[in-house]
Design a protein around this ligand. Structure first.
Ligand SMILES: *[C@@H]1O[C@H](CO)[C@@H](O)[C@H](O)[C@H]1NC(C)=O
Ligand SMILES: *[C@@H]1O[C@H](CO)[C@@H](O)[C@H](O)[C@H]1NC(C)=O
Ligand SMILES: *[C@@H]1O[C@H](CO)[C@@H](O)[C@H](O)[C@H]1NC(C)=O
Ligand SMILES: *[C@@H]1O[C@H](CO)[C@@H](O)[C@H](O)[C@H]1NC(C)=O
Ligand SMILES: *[C@@H]1O[C@H](CO)[C@@H](O)[C@H](O)[C@H]1NC(C)=O
Ligand SMILES: *[C@@H]1O[C@H](CO)[C@@H](O)[C@H](O)[C@H]1NC(C)=O
Length: 407
């Protein structure tokens, strides 16, 4: 059953910032009957492509929820998976709570978001999906228990138990109007039923983002449930060549659960794209969610978004093939950054400067320039820009100029 409580819908609606109302909503009916009717007729789409990458030909990103690094690394099922690949031991979320981390992982910033509201990021903001499509690389999302492909509602409950199932805040693509204004893109935001259909039909895409439901991902349960779900999902795929065909899998978390400490999260890279000599090793380089974008850019030689993606470290296993050099985070500067609070911006709950920062159109890193599609949208715009070619990105305690600390 859907959230039909008027109070809950009102609460969600009133939290939308005035600057952030979308013009591009199509599948938002929330009554159970309407959702079930839409479910019966919803279209989904599975474009395929074979664009050769330098280190991998397919990337599957799986996100779990709210677990501190040490707890996640100690889970026996996640430890089992880490042993089959590379453990990232210096990997970070970019803020709290969940939604801004999901937004950041494809858009290169969280635009001041410090909440899990019904936020609509305007269509001037491009994401990795634009970069992938620009190069003809197929993509999809698989959101467990999303009621149908392209559903834009705030949440969907388990119809029998009323437990949380699908939540919009854990679906990165749907947060961006640039994606939801396209019917084609909505059809590529699918559920896990579709994953198994695509696997069977050999129509899996080259980039995919997988979100288990609110129980499976540990949010409403524990890391034990999340670890067990993840092993059950991934282990059979390890020797399934419909999935594992020069494939890299990233298993990570949105954020660390202790807000008062640095936001370190477990990351695991595995799959047949990991060279055998690296299986069972650790990688101590600094990474954060922006590495999930820069790694894709480096692998397929894509241009950038001109945001925090530009300077983010490319995973070493990929950088070995792309020639990217990795940078270290200055320890003194790191000690001042906790990545546990958002700086100000459009989606802040109490914004004092609700302005979209302009991408830094001049940035060039490792030969990668800002995408033409991004240049065209922003050329001549006078908004401030705070993006630099660095891994040492701002946080709420160290905000960019003009986007100061607000709460
Ligand atoms: C997108 O950017 C253009 C140019 O800066 C601006 O005129 C327009 O208002 C922006 N669109 C939205 C929806 O904010
Ligand atoms: C997944 O989505 C399809 C339509 O896109 C729908 O038919 C199916 O019932 C959905 N599965 C679940 C578990 O909601
Ligand atoms: C979440 O997914 C699991 C299987 O992955 C399923 O057993 C469960 O019913 C789903 N929903 C809830 C609310 O647990
Ligand atoms: C594996 O990828 C290659 C292209 O790199 C493709 O030709 C082949 O059909 C794929 N194999 C499977 C089983 O999908
Ligand atoms: C972030 O961490 C710092 C250092 O522990 C702490 O002072 C601050 O209260 C934390 N912020 C939040 C929002 O938890
Ligand atoms: C959360 O991350 C910090 C490092 O940034 C780490 O010291 C801490 O142990 C983590 N929390 C737990 C309980 O693992």
């Amino acid at each position: 059953m859907m959230y039909t409580s008027a109070a809950l819908l009102l609460a969600a609606a009133s939290s939308v910032s005035a600057a952030a109302v979308s013009a591009s909503l199509q599948y938002t009916a929330t009554a159970t009957s309407a959702v079930l009717a839409a479910q019966a007729t919803a279209k989904s789409s599975s474009p395929v492509s074979f664009v050769k990458g330098k280190a991998f030909d397919r990337l599957a990103i799986i996100w779990l929820e709210n677990t501190d690094f040490t707890l996640a690394a100690g889970d026996p099922n996640l430890a089992f998976l880490a042993n089959k690949g590379i453990k990232l031991t210096n990997n970070f979320g970019v803020t709290h709570p969940s939604e801004p981390n999901y937004a950041a992982a494809i858009g290169g910033d969280y635009f001041g978001m410090n909440n899990d509201n019904l936020n609509y990021i305007n269509s001037n903001i491009s994401t990795v999906i634009d970069l992938l499509e620009g190069a003809g690389i197929s993509w999809a999302e698989y959101q467990e228990d999303m009621p149908y492909a392209g559903y834009e509602g705030f949440a969907w409950l388990n119809e029998e138990t009323q437990a949380n199932d699908y939540v919009r805040k854990h679906n990165p693509a749907v947060l961006y109007d640039q994606n939801t204004k396209s019917l084609q893109r909505l059809e590529q935001m699918k559920n896990l039923t579709s994953f198994y259909e695509d696997l069977a039909a050999n129509t899996l895409p080259q980039w995919m983002f997988i979100t288990p439901n609110m129980t499976s991902d540990g949010h409403d349960s524990s890391v034990t449930v999340a670890g067990s779900w993840t092993r059950n999902f991934v282990e059979p795929l390890l020797d399934d060549e419909r999935f594992m065909n020069n494939t890299l899998v990233l298993i990570t978390f949105d954020e660390n659960s202790s807000y008062s400490i640095q936001n370190q999260i477990l990351g695991i890279l595995l799959g047949d794209a990991v060279p055998s000599e690296l299986v069972g090793t650790s990688d101590n380089n600094f990474y954060n969610h922006y590495s999930e974008i820069s790694t894709v850019e480096a692998n397929w030689g894509l241009p950038t978004l001109g945001r925090w993606d530009v300077g983010a470290n490319v995973y070493q296993v990929v950088a070995d093939k792309t020639g990217d050099s990795l940078r270290t985070y200055d320890a003194g500067n790191m000690a001042k950054h906790f990545y546990n609070l958002s700086y100000d911006g459009v989606f802040n709950s109490a914004p004092s400067f609700p302005v979209y920062p302009k991408p830094n159109l001049c940035l060039e890193h490792a030969g990668r320039k800002v995408a033409q599609s991004v240049q065209q949208k922003w050329y001549g715009n006078k908004n401030p820009s705070y993006y630099k070619d660095t891994i040492e990105v701002n946080d709420g305690l160290n905000p960019p100029a003009q986007y100061g600390f607000t709460n």
